[in-house]
Design a protein around this ligand. Structure first.
Ligand code: HEC
Length: 145
């Protein structure tokens, strides 16, 4: 499928970059802003994840059977540096795989905050505005720390 193909192209490029011995330098424009979320939003994602996602992706986002992990090196190799809207749109239109689009936009945003947290993207200050599709702009997913 197209998405899987995109992933493998990206992985192949990363391998070429690594094996040719060049440092991988970010080519993002200087204006790119890291996506930010308040801790409360990630907490709201926890029960949603348990009820709608964990049956396939595992209790701790580790992946299981056919469903890939939603945290860790392979996940971040695909998503770090990408616009956060791309991941939000992906989960909003494709997940849960057995009921695509079944959740509210607000709930998908809470799940995105949880996924970011689980990947080591620290929460912002408590007064950070929650992630929402119409205010994300071109904020990107930063590399895990
Ligand atoms: C019925 C099983 C199932 C459920 C439930 C499910 N997923 Fe998935 N998910 C998958 C499968 C299978 C893939 C791989 C899809 C592909 O390659 O097209 C996937 C892929 C993903 C990806 C892309 C991973 C990557 O490496 O880029 C994300 C993100 C994701 N799911 C998030 C979620 C979220 C959030 C939920 C809960 C709202 C959820 N999924 C529920 C089966 C499931």
């Amino acid at each position: 499928m197209v998405f899987a193909k995109m992933l493998s192209v990206r992985n192949a490029l990363a391998l070429v970059a690594l094996s040719s011995g060049f440092a991988v330098v970010s080519t993002l424009p200087a204006s790119a802003v890291d996506v930010a979320y308040p801790a409360s939003q990630a907490r709201q994602g926890t029960p949603l994840y348990r009820d709608n996602c964990s049956s396939c992706h595992g209790d701790r986002l580790q992946g299981a059977l056919d469903a890939p992990p939603l945290k860790g090196d392979s996940f971040m190799a695909s998503w770090a540096g990408q616009p956060a809207t791309a991941l939000l749109e992906y989960i909003s239109t494709n997940m849960p795989q057995d009921r695509p689009g079944a959740l509210e936009p607000k709930q998908y945003a809470q799940l995105l905050a949880l996924i970011l947290k689980e990947n080591g993207v620290a929460a912002g200050a408590d007064d950070t505005p929650p992630i929402a599709a119409d205010t994300l702009g071109d904020a990107t997913i930063p590399a895990a720390k």
